[in-house]
Structures are given as C-alpha cells and as structure tokens.
Design a protein around this ligand. Structure first.
Ligand SMILES: [Zn+2]
Ligand SMILES: [Zn+2]
Length: 287
C-alpha cells in the first residue's frame, strides 16, 4: 500500500503509514471476527466453539501486545526494503501498469505467490518448532492454547522478521503487479483470522470433497495451538498431508466439531420455529 505515498515522503512517515495500515487491517478483520463470535454471539454460538471454553482476558491482551509488536517489525522491514531500492542495492520488480504483462501472467503470478507463501510458511513454521527456536522464540505464539482472532500476528519480534521474509524474496525477484500483493494481503489476513477464530466455518462434508479437503481449516490450526507438535500448515493442508504431520485425530475432530455445530444450529432453528409457532397461535387466540 505504501506505493500510494508520494516518492519524496520521509522514511519515518512511510514507517508510520505502514504501521497504521497493518494495524488498521488487523483491527478490521480480527476485530470484526472477535466482536461477532466472542461478544455479540458469545452465548448463542457457544455450542459451536471448537474448545468448549473461553480464554481469559490476560491471554487476549498478550495476543494484542505481540501482534502490535509484529506490526512495528513488519513496518521496519518494509522501510528497509524501500531503502534498499533507494540506494540501488536491490531493485523492486513490482509493476503498476496492467499493460506491462498479460492477464494470464497476472493471474498465474497471483496464484503462485499464494502457494509460495504457503510453502514458505510451512517450512519456516517447522523450523520454529526446532527445540532451540521453540523455547526462545516460537513459544510466544503458543502462549495461546485456545487462540482468538487477536492471536493472528502474536509472534516474537525475531519470528516476525522470518514471517515477513517471503515478501522481500518475492518483491525483488518476481515481477508482480501491485494488486497481486494486495490480493495476497487480503487472502493472508482472512485465513489467518479464520485459523485463530476458535470456530469451524467450513461444511462438514468438505473432507469428502477431493479438492476442498486440501484446504486448511480453523479446526486444524486450533489443534496446532492445543497439541503443538502437529498441523503446521497455513492456507492449505498439502504439506501436512505430504509430510504426514496432521494430528492423528484431525479428521475425527473436524467431524466431531462440525457435527456438533450443525446439530446445535438445527436445535436452535427448531426451537426458534416452535416459539414463533406458539406466538402465532397465541396471537390468533387473542384476536
Ligand atoms: Zn507453532
Ligand atoms: Zn497460530
């Protein structure tokens, strides 16, 4: 988004702009999800919650604190990238005119960067689970055994550097239209918030579908926080399937969570229907 800024703006303002954009995106996506699932529908939708409890306020404050810290790190890396371009050390390959490349190229590269980030994340995440790095760095993300949407960016600052590392790799090597990066940014936060939602939103039959079973789910990442040494994926379940790192009870848990959610929803709808019927009857009697 920093391409929206004039070229001569100082690096300090650029850094601040990045922090505000990252923070604003987090506030909108994580905030909306939290408001809906944890405040407005807190009691009403509890039957569908993956882990049948709510986290303490202290945990949520820690999630927000580390996420804000991550945005300061991300903004710094983005400014350093800008400086590398300014001083001619590296050249950004990002293009702004659609006519510079074909539509097929634009679509192909947009899909490519989503798969690239998924692969990058899986292996960086596996690295973070090495005993030496886990205790010192990645444990911060695992302070939440039952995460909320606010945990989406709750990383140790060193991990935040690794998390954003795929951006300079792409920007300085692959010609990408600026909107491809925007699409990736929206895709990324949507999946990230979903993974930490604490509720499963995908249909129960998804695992029987030959295509959709390769997508990652909220249940999958929730189990990563609960059991730690399993389910490392981000957008897709491809690497977890290939490397046999899914939790042994992943599919059974997905089935249990979605069955409970669907049965609960049915029960609520039926009882609401009965109440409406009774109200209608009593109105008719009164009339
Ligand atoms: Zn982890
Ligand atoms: Zn997580």
């Amino acid at each position: 988004m920093s391409h929206l800024l004039p070229d001569d703006i100082s690096l300090y303002w650029r850094w601040l702009f990045n922090v505000l954009m990252l923070g604003g995106r987090y506030l909108i996506f994580a905030g909306t999800a939290y408001l809906l699932y944890y405040v407005i529908k807190r009691k009403e939708w509890f039957y569908a919650k993956i882990q049948q409890k709510f986290p303490e306020r202290k945990q949520i404050l820690t999630e927000v604190k580390y996420s804000v810290l991550s945005f300061l790190v991300f903004a710094t890396v983005l400014v350093l990238m800008r400086m590398a371009s300014m001083y001619g050390i590296l050249t950004s390959q990002v293009y702004h005119k659609f006519s510079d490349h074909s539509v097929a190229y634009f679509i192909g590269t947009t899909i490519f960067i989503i798969f690239f980030h998924d692969t990058y994340f899986y292996w960086a995440h596996r690295l973070m689970h090495h005993p030496l790095l886990y205790e010192r760095v990645h444990k911060v993300h695992h302070l939440s055994k039952d995460p909320t949407p606010w945990a989406s960016f709750a990383f140790h600052p060193l991990e935040a550097v690794l998390e954003i590392g795929f951006v300079p790799i792409l920007v300085f090597t692959v010609p990408l239209h600026v909107s491809s990066l925007f699409i990736l940014s929206m895709w990324q936060i949507s999946f990230n918030v979903m993974g930490h939602l604490g509720y499963e939103i995908f249909p129960r039959r998804m695992m029987q579908n030959p295509v959709f079973k390769w997508m990652n789910t909220s249940t999958n990442h929730n189990m990563h926080h609960k059991f730690v040494k399993c389910n490392y994926g981000l957008y897709f379940n491809i690497w977890d399937i290939l490397m046999n790192t899914n939790h042994a009870k992943y599919y059974a848990t997905f089935d249990e969570v979605t069955a409970r959610r669907d049965a609960g929803r049915k029960l609520v709808n039926t009882s609401q229907g009965q109440v409406e019927e009774l109200e209608l009857e009593s109105n008719q009697v009164n009339a």
